[in-house]
Each structure stands twice: as C-alpha cells, then as structure tokens.
Write a protein that binds this ligand. Sequence first.
Ligand SMILES: C[S@@+](CC[C@H](N)C(=O)[O-])C[C@H]1O[C@@H](n2cnc3c(N)ncnc32)[C@H](O)[C@@H]1O
Length: 239
Amino acid sequence: MLIPNPQSNANQEFSPETVVRRYDDWAASYDEDRFENSYGRYVHAQEERLLRRWLASFRGGRVLSLACGTGRFMEFASHGLDPSHEMAAVARRKHPAKTILVGCAEDLPKHGLSFNAIFCLHLFMHLTPSLIAQILEVCAQCVRPGGVLIFDLPSARRRALTGFRPAGWHAGNALTHPQVQGMLGERWRIRHCRGILFFPIHRVPSRLRTWLRPLDDAFSTTPLKHGASYLIYCAQRLP
Ligand SMILES: C[S@@+](CC[C@H](N)C(=O)[O-])C[C@H]1O[C@@H](n2cnc3c(N)ncnc32)[C@H](O)[C@@H]1O
C-alpha cells in the first residue's frame, strides 16, 4: 500500500514498509550519521533536557520509547518498540536490560501493555496525518489517565515561512499547532509545547553558539516557537 506524502514537494510516495526498510539499511551507521555532528548533538541535548524534565515524575515507572530506533534515550524508558529489526537489534545491544519489542506503533495494543508515559521522537515526521491520528488513538488506549505522551513534529508554519520543501523520504510531513490540537481530541490535554531550533544554531560558528543558545531557548517557549524548526509536545492523558 502506498501512502501519498501530502507535504512533499517532490510528490513522491513512500509506503510505511519502505520507511522501515530504509531504517533497516541505515541501522549500523544511524547514530553516527544523525547525532555525531553539530546538528545532532544540539537537538539531542535539547530533547534530553525536555525528557528529563517532563518524565521526572515517571522515573522507575513503565515508560515506553515508541519508535525507539537504536535506543537513543532508552535510559528514560523501561520498554522500547520499533518495527525495524536492525534498529531494534542495535537498541538491544546497547541496552540489554531493557525490553525491546519489534512492531509498529499503530499495533501497540496487540502487545497488551500499559504505560505511565510514552515518548515518540522523530517518527511522526514520516507519517501521514491519518496514521498519526491512529497512533495517538492507540497511545490513548495504552497510557493510564494522568500519564503523558511526548512527541515531536516539524512545524508547518516554519516550512511555510522559509519555503522549505522536503525532498525524498525523510521528514516529509509537518503539521500546524491547531492541526495537532485537533488530532489530540478530547482524551489529551497539551501540558507543554516547546520549539526546537528557532535559529540554525548548528550552522553558526561555535563561538557564536554560546550567545545564540539562550536566545533560541527563550524564543522556543514564547508564541514565536511556532516558527522553530520543530515542536515537542507533552500531552497528558485525561481520565
Ligand atoms: C528517525 S528514527 C527515530 C528513532 C528514535 N526515536 C530517535 O529519536 O533516535 C525513526 C524510527 O521510526 C521507526 N518507525 C518507522 N515506522 C514506524 C511505525 N509505523 N511505528 C513505529 N516506529 C516506526 C523506524 O524504524 C525508525 O527506527
């Protein structure tokens, strides 16, 4: 089944199976390619800070890293789930004490598990709005009331402002804040929303980064955050 990618300038189509195959092929060098450069190190640090803060009250609880990939941030999770056997294998090697399952986010209820919190980073950018809505729905079934769901999405506002057009299979989708609110529906309340990368910090010389970082942080908590590259949400499951 091919799913059209509505935001892609190239108007290419990528099936969910193709995305998983790409990650199977990429698994061995994924960490190095994505996170051992100035862009990767910066976003990793920003995301880590938010996870540490938003998951603080769930430490020691049942926390799922959905689309756990190679196990980045498994230190915050008790369980991981990813449909790519190769990505999951890397995660298992790095975190042998954690439960890492193979499967798609949309099939989560099949595992019969419930969680205090789920975090899902760098996945929704690949998916169509209907699949994202489906995953939000299954997360609502598997997160206990009072628990949280943390996820990120490229900002459609930023893409409209900058004229950015994704090319290829990676990060093809973006949503506006009202679209995200609409998809979360009645079962979730947005508790926090932060922008990541208002400025292209990873592209400026490192001596300037020291000055830009606090400014980037400050903008990313104001309404200007919708102009950041992407947004991270923390939504609470309502009773
Ligand atoms: C960009 S990686 C992100 C990995 C990890 N969350 C991180 O931030 O480092 C995207 C991951 O999503 C997984 N994925 C693709 N389709 C998925 C689906 N339908 N359900 C769950 N995970 C999926 C891929 O196998 C890949 O490991």
